[in-house]
Design a protein around this ligand. Structure first.
Ligand code: ADP
Ligand code: MG
Length: 232
């Protein structure tokens, strides 16, 4: 058996700065083969919009009080812990949804506080545009809406809604729609506000599609997705 050489990663720098995270391009080389990855790092809590931290972290406080105190005081150590929790949460959700066949980036690994995942874009490192940047003709828009309904149905089948769905968190690569930015995905059965999040997600995304001429009825989409949610 020939032992495969270890993979080496080359960081090609940050290519996108989002609301809460920086995303860098990484080239991973393994022998003759190489692949591009996206490495997402949640920014230092002082430089992020925090809206997701408060309610969310409440539910997953660590037992050890030194860590709770560090997170409350936002010490450097505490901020790293928070970043690590967000990455771990997103990795877990992506793993679950990828296995369920949803169009999300393939989760490659957690590396410290970074989430490494499939890069959605071209071989030369050009990232796929976000839905919000596109002005597709109506037939393409309708086709994208069908893909969106499919991915949301996969999520609902698995018991989830995105929780922060907007045309900023949807990428389109050569006509293929991919849902991103899922750390706060909402458990529809376990979360008492789950169905409120589902309704809001449907409304946000249908508004964009209606602006592109697609008859995207958010109440209808909501009703369809509710039917896909597993009975607890
Ligand atoms: N896997 C990926 N492939 C290509 N681009 C990505 C990927 N993940 C994120 N991006 C880009 O980085 C931006 C920020 O990532 P996102 O996950 O939305 O984080 P934030 O919480 O900061 O909004 C996205 O809008 C998108 O343009
Ligand atoms: Mg985002």
């Amino acid at each position: 058996m020939i032992a495969s050489p270890a993979a080496t990663d080359v960081d090609l720098g940050v290519f996108k700065t989002g609301k809460e995270a920086d995303v860098s391009l990484v080239r991973r080389t393994h022998g003759e083969r190489s692949v591009l990855l996206a490495a997402k790092h949640y920014r230092d809590a002082d430089h992020r919009m925090f809206h997701r931290d408060a309610g969310y972290l409440e539910g997953r406080r660590m037992r050890r009080s030194r860590e709770n105190r560090a997170m409350d005081a936002r010490t450097e150590f505490g901020r790293e812990l928070i970043a690590g929790q967000w990455s771990a949460a997103e990795f877990a959700v992506l793993s679950r949804l990828w296995s369920a066949g949803a169009a999300v980036p393939y989760p490659v690994q957690l590396s410290g506080t970074q989430l490494m995942m499939e890069f959605i874009g071209d071989e030369d490192g050009a990232a796929a545009p976000r839905l919000v940047q596109l002005r597709p003709p109506i037939d393409e828009a309708a086709q994208l809406f069908t893909q969106l309904r499919n991915v949301l149905t996969r999520l609902a089948d698995a018991g989830y809604t995105h929780g922060d769905l907007s045309p900023y968190n949807v990428l389109v690569h050569r006509g293929r729609l991919v849902l991103i930015d899922l750390p706060q995905a909402v458990d529809l059965v376990g979360n008492p506000q789950g169905f409120d999040f589902l309704r809001r997600d449907c409304e946000n995304i249908c508004t964009w599609f209606r602006g592109r001429g697609v008859a995207a009825d958010s109440a209808l989409l909501y009703d369809d997705l509710v039917c896909s949610v597993p009975q607890s």
